[in-house]
Design a protein around this ligand. Sequence first.
Ligand code: FBP
Length: 532
Amino acid sequence: MNQDRSILQRHRAGYVPKGPELLLARPGNLRVVEGEAPACPDPDISGQFPHSSGKPVLTFRDGVEPVSTAALRVGVVLSGGQAPGGHNVIAGLLDGLLAAHPDSKLFGFLAGPGGILRGETVELTPEVVEPYRNTGGFDIIGSGRDKIEGDQQLQAAMNSCAELKLDGLVVIGGDDSNTNAAVMAEYFLAHGSRTSVIGVPKTIDGDLMNDWVEQSFGFDTATKVYSELIGNICRDAHSAKKYWHFIKLMGRSASHVTLECAMQIRPDVTLIGEEVEAKGMTLRQVAGTVVDAVIRRAEAGRNYGVCLVPEGLIEFIPEVGVLIRRLNDLLAKHDADKVVGMLPADSAEVFKELPEGIARQLLIDRDSHGNVQVSRIDTEKLLLELAAEQVKGKVKFSSQAHFFGYEGRCSAPSNFDADYTACLGRIAAVLLANGRTGYMCGVRQLSDPATDWEPCAVPVTALLHTETRHGERKPVIEKALVDLDGPVFQAFARQRESWVLGDCYLFPGPIQFFGPAEVVDRSTATLQLRSV
Ligand code: FBP
């Protein structure tokens, strides 16, 4: 891609990410401090990961001398969907490695985990990395969704690392990619490889979250981009007063993105997948929630509104969720044209009731981890059609459908994500300089100013449990869904009724890079509410 820069890019290139003094001053001198080993929630995991489970949580302390006397050779891979800040992880990693030893070298595997299998790399020198600092996207080396599993692929990955004489491999990815990192770490240890494997928590979905990873990177920026766009749509709806806007938001299974945007904007209606499941609602009942708001607003003279729909909603409607899980298992073994006839009677009935377009979308290819691709299912249109059907003849109803997903994934990172990712990259470098493997980088106290953040690392095996995927039991990191008893959902639940008729919209506007800290360093409502 040509490297010409816009005026904003030129100004933004000079941004120096903030972070704890500990990481910024002398990352090459940092030593690990071992804490407690977290209890492993699933006893099967220690059996499957005998070499890498049972390790302690790590924090860091400053040392007088640099840790590593030898130069490090490290590979890095970007895995899965884009998330703002990926380039700063790489820049932070390079900075940390060079601080450990000026002759350290970083290699980027091209186009995701498949690049590891094919042994395709590019050297990431300071000159190569420089233009990508503080930029969005993953285009410095590309990304992909290949999964590395089975002896043959694990052996190929190990060979690629051996050929490059890598001391470390850094996997920047979501729950599935970090699981993959743990599998590689275990395999490499078991087979005498010298390559350590470290994971970095990425995903705009916000569902990779635990005691050590308070928020995955990318969530902050993506939700800010969506919130700007939704705010603009609320203003348009309020100006024209003629449309109901149904907006599907990315986030795969979990509804964190939708919940965060709802707290920023206060739209008329917001559906939360986890709540729909907890209440055991049918598709018609979900549509009924929207219809109720449409009618109440129409009676108040407001034939317009905005409804947020999480992209994973459809999987949370119990009858549709069961159908999708059955289809997942069948599609793992059979062609799409055969599976409908193989469904049990109850799921066959649900399938038959779905509009043809949606039913067809449920049969599209799964991703390499066996997940249905919810971004390709038009749930917002499904709800809009069902609502239109139910209000017909009762009130005036015109609608527009939108899907905000890819718009937010490659935005230039907010200050929060630019700072956070630069720290994560440095933490990965410190872990490798200290010879650690099988860890995920984390930062605690993220709702505080960046200077007060607390870097840490957690053994990935402590986050694993076993689940059925593709019809087989597999180790996976459990997705963190919206906690209905948690502070974010509870704050939303207390306010949402007043939003239905109140036109309570807030307009957060675009991400700002220059201005008062209150504006440029604002973190998400999700983080702030969780930290109270
Ligand atoms: P990751 O879990 O890999 O970070 O991907 C997130 C995501 O953006 C989801 O929100 C979305 O459902 C999916 O990727 C879309 O995938 P694709 O880019 O393959 O269309």
